[in-house]
Every structure is written in structure tokens, then in C-alpha cells.
Design a protein around this ligand. Sequence first.
Ligand SMILES: O=C(O)CCC(=O)C(=O)O
Ligand SMILES: [Fe+2]
Length: 377
Amino acid sequence: MAPSIAQTSTTEVVVPVKAAPGTTETKARVRRIIDEEGENTTASYPNYLPVYDYGEKYPPLEPFTHVEHGKDADPSFKDLLIEGSKIQKLTPTTGSEVTGVQLSKLTAAGKDQLALLVAQRKVVAFRDQDFADLPIQEALDFGGYFGRHHIHPTSGAPEGYPEIHLVHRNNNAWELDEYLATKNSSVAWHSDVTYEQQPPGTTFLYVLDSPEVGGDTAFVNQVEAYNRLSPALKERLHGLKAVHSGFEQAEFSLKRGGVDRREPVKNEHPLIRTHPVTGEKALFVNGGFTRSIVGLKKEESDALLGFLLAHVGRGIDYQARIRWAPKTVVVWDNRVTAHSAIVDWTTGERRHLARITPQAERPYETPYIPQEGESKA
Ligand SMILES: O=C(O)CCC(=O)C(=O)O
Ligand SMILES: [Fe+2]
């Protein structure tokens, strides 16, 4: 029977392993899903099937200077939204869909404009892309323009390309049942790997296989989530920091027999972060990794964080939901959004996506300034 991939509480992928990790033979440590499916795998992109290398251990990430290309961008978008292309808003505040643009053909100016457009719209779906058909290294070279590649500590990757994070399920039905036995919903809002000191910015997810119906991805706009707060609460939240932790993800992975390729870390980030390109402020908390608010007692922290996460989670009036048509590449700004897979298909169809995750600046905040019409009282 084909293996199934279990989902962590943060929707990151964990390997299903039958053998204990940490054996000494290097060869035995590498488990390749295609080996288990056999050469007759029905994956459209077998080169993207996940490999988990138990032998690999990476040193801690070093700080680096992030170059934010969105700052250099021409706001006319003339090198991105070229003649014949079409852009359409998905909702008034959040998300756009573009046709008639081939991302892989963009010039440097076009890529700068891509970073700007994504910062403004938060998430943009590009249809009819050749991305998945490129050699994996070319896709990585493209993504590397936007920042240093993040290598995920626990997820599977295509063989030889640890910079690619994979989402892969091919026998969803029982897994969803198992998941829903203890949870009411599969929705798990998160921003990616925010436990890192420099979490990702402009991020790419492209589809390799997807169910005919279902398995969409939802994105919520955390600038809008911030804007909706009262001036009094905004002012109070400024200056506060929250702890973001990767320990639970690592623990979960190991418990399931998966890998942990780097020692887990915690980092403190401002609760309200400023986007370096738009100057917008965003509520920077997420259910995947934000654990507590620094300086508050436990009950206070739990209550405030609980309110903020519930606020983001019910923001259907500032979300966009992307349907994965074949050859779609979704680009989003992880600094100002959270997202969740929607695990709603029970047909056993394969869902297989690849993520390229350039890291960005260390989150920073700028002081609270009342918006026009806002008074603190
Ligand atoms: O499966 C999805 O729709 C989203 C997966 C995810 O959270 C990610 O790749 O960052
Ligand atoms: Fe994610």
C-alpha cells in the first residue's frame, strides 16, 4: 500500500517511517517515497517525490544581510504585467490572479516588481507556469533572487535539493479521519518557520499534482487584521514581543519517526512588524509557532494571544482562497500573511506541492502612529 504523509499541527510535512531513525548505514538512512510506491508511481513529477535523509544534520543558521528587491521596484509594473497579461483581484483587500506572464522569463526588473506586487496584494496566483517542468536547480536559482534559501529542519525534499520544502499526500482518506478524531477542523493557520531569527518573505508554492476538487490553500491578510484593531489595543500591542518556537515541530517530527536536521530554535519577534517595502504594519502572530507574549503572566498571555489568533482566524473578510489549477504558482509574502491548507478531499487523490522559501530581514517594528480618523480614546 502506498504510504501516507502525516500532517503536523503546523501543516508542515512529516515522513511516515517504519524503521527507526538514526541507523548507521548512510544508504539505509535515506528513504525515498518513490521506492515504496515503485517505479510505477502515478506522481506527475517523480523527481519531486520526498526523500528524508536521516544522516543529514545542519549547523545553526547564521544571520545574513537580506536585500529586499521590492524596494527597487518600478510601481508601474511594466516589466511584470507585460502586454497581453491580465490581473484580477480575488478580493478587495487580499489576493490577485495573473495570467499571461511567465515567471521564469522575468528580468531582474520584473522580479523586483513581483516582490512589490506580492507585498501589496499579499498573495498572487500565477496561472499556466512552466515552473514545475524546469530543472529543479533553475527553479531554485529563480527563487534565490528573493533571499537566502531556507532549508527546512523536518520536511522531505527532492533528492539532492534540501532547499525545496515538499507537501505530499497520496492516501488522504484515513489520514483525515485520524486527524479529525481529535480535532474539529483541519484548518491550521500559520506563517512559515517564524521561529527563525530571519523568517521568510516572498515565498513560492507550486503545484505538481492536486485533487480535482478540494485541497485549496487559504491566505489571511495580517495587515488588515492589524488595521481592524482599535487604536487603544494597537497602541498597547506596539512594543510587545512574542516567542516563536520550533521545538514542538521538531518533537512532533521525531515522535512520528521523522527527521530533525537542525537543532530547534526559539526567537522573539515584535507582535506588530513593519513591512520594509510598503511600510504597512502587520499583526505578526500565528497559531503554528507563536507560543507566548513576553512580559505577560501565563493567563494574560494565553488570553491575549488567544484573542489575536481567533481574530485572524475568523477574518474571512480579509482572506483569499486559491484553487490549485494545474501549472499554478502562488507567490505570497509570509511577513504579512498566515495560510492554511484546506484538507477537505477524501478521494485518495495525490496532492503534491513544492515550496521555495527565501528568508528575509529580521522582523522589526516602527512606532504606533494613529491613522487618519483614529483617536486613541
Ligand atoms: O498545503 C498547503 O496548501 C500549504 C502548505 C504549507 O503550509 C506550506 O507549504 O507552507
Ligand atoms: Fe506553510
